[in-house]
Ligand binder design. Structure first.
Ligand SMILES: [Zn+2]
Length: 114
């Protein structure tokens, strides 16, 4: 059973591109937000300062996750180029189209993921 022939690569490329642009947008916005927090720290009390620092940590963590997802997306683009998209990186079986629709950046089939 080979679903590669049925895979609409342009469709998945479009999903990945949308997601990538969304992530880049969030990343740009988030770094500006972190700057604003730093400026505010000079004129807020100690408690709000702690809040600000905590928010900054959360923003950093969110950024890290977004960077990681961006890398997964770049890797998915690479697999499309290499003709490996939709193939399980572990067992080589086809990944179910439904699974790819949910997350085109997945690299293993449902059996290998569980
Ligand atoms: Zn597998």
């Amino acid at each position: 059973m080979n679903n590669q022939v049925k895979l609409d690569l342009d469709h998945f490329r479009a999903i990945l591109q949308d997601r990538k642009e969304e992530l880049l947008h969030f990343l740009a916005e988030n770094s500006e937000g972190a700057k604003t927090v730093e400026l505010d720290q000079t004129r807020v009390g100690r408690l709000s300062r702690m809040d600000a620092l905590q928010n900054q940590e959360m923003a950093k963590e969110t950024n890290r996750r977004r960077q990681a997802e961006l890398q997964r997306i770049e890797a998915a683009f690479q697999r499309i180029e290499d003709g490996e998209f939709g193939e399980c990186a572990n067992c080589g079986e086809d990944i179910a189209i439904k699974r790819l629709e949910l997350d085109p950046a997945v690299i293993v089939c449902i059996n290998c993921a569980s």
